[in-house]
Design a protein around this ligand. Structure first.
Ligand code: MN
Length: 295
């Protein structure tokens, strides 16, 4: 799977999430989808739940990406091969940088579960680097009309809200939560491409397109703002970034540049499961490790 991203100017393209399942929890996959696989360096987005099932995802590896976990409801315990054990609750950000290799497990501790899991493709400069983990429990919130904007990553134009979270390419991630029904105009960086995912409720964009929970709308590039009208229960995720011009290959939990790199990572994970060289490191989880599928 490859993704040469090219700036397109403004678009309004509605994507229906594809229903799948992750660790017992129903999800809707919004990225990557054809024909637009990325939004800036954002290369993967699952909307999770709402579900009463407790997420049970055993140890599995990642390379070449960052994982971003954001909850609206519930609690999930993250454990990784750096030795980190970190519960995450609504309003907090878990950000794991895989670099050349990391492994982690995710275990639901309290339901119902509702939220989003995203991946950010790392640029060539850092994708072979050391793994790292950040937890941010206190993120900046800006008021934009009838929206409370929590900035997960990057800065929200027109506000002084900047997230402390690491990003290796110019990037924006913000939760937009209705504080009441009504309309707002959200300022955007024209050089970025953007998309809006609906986690709850609905949104009407520029009086031209309506999206509901489980849908995403690509906004393209070249916009200095976007007019949004929402009901009082809406929760949206605004994603943006400089168009990611590196050609990426995504397979299973890996983001690379070639299938040779994917095959090496796949073989390294198999070897670790058989007690050999462990590129990714052990994860202190009672859940069974997840083998890579055949390729
Ligand atoms: Mn993972």
């Amino acid at each position: 799977m490859t993704s040469p991203a090219s700036p397109t100017g403004p678009v309004l393209e509605l994507v229906d999430g594809r229903a799948e399942e992750l660790g017992g929890v129903p999800i809707r996959r919004l990225l990557p989808r054809r024909p637009r696989r990325t939004v800036g360096a954002w290369c993967f987005l699952d909307q999770m739940g709402p579900s009463d099932a407790l997420l049970q995802v055993g140890p599995h590896p990642h390379i070449g990406l960052q994982t971003v976990t954001w909850l609206l409801e519930g609690e999930v315990l993250h454990r990784d091969s750096l030795g980190v054990e970190q519960p995450i609750r609504p309003g907090q950000l878990n950000l794991m940088t895989a670099g050349g290799g990391v492994a982690h497990a995710e275990e639901g501790r309290r339901g119902p579960l509702e939220g989003a899991q995203l991946w950010v493709a790392l640029p060539d400069a850092t994708r072979h680097g050391p793994a790292a983990f950040e937890h941010h429990g206190d993120l900046p919130v800006a008021e934009v009309g009838n929206l409370a904007a929590t900035v997960l990553v990057g800065s929200l134009v027109g506000t002084d809200a900047t997230s402390p979270a690491r990003h290796d390419t110019p990037l924006l991630g913000a939760e937009l939560r209705a504080t009441g029904a009504g309309a707002a105009r959200v300022a955007l960086e024209p050089a970025f491409e953007h998309a809006l995912a609906v986690l709850r409720g609905a949104v009407e964009i520029e009086d031209a397109e309506t999206a509901r929970a489980g849908q995403l709308v690509h906004l393209g590039t070249g916009r200095d703002g976007i007019g949004l009208s929402v009901p009082d229960d809406a929760v949206l995720l605004l994603l943006g970034g400089m168009p990611f011009d590196e050609h990426i290959v995504m397979w299973w939990n890996f983001v690379a540049r070639t299938f040779d790199e994917i095959d090496v990572a796949r073989a390294d994970w198999a070897e670790a499961q058989h007690g050999g060289f462990d590129r990714f490191g052990p994860v202190a989880s009672a859940l069974a490790a997840i083998p890579a599928p055949p390729r």
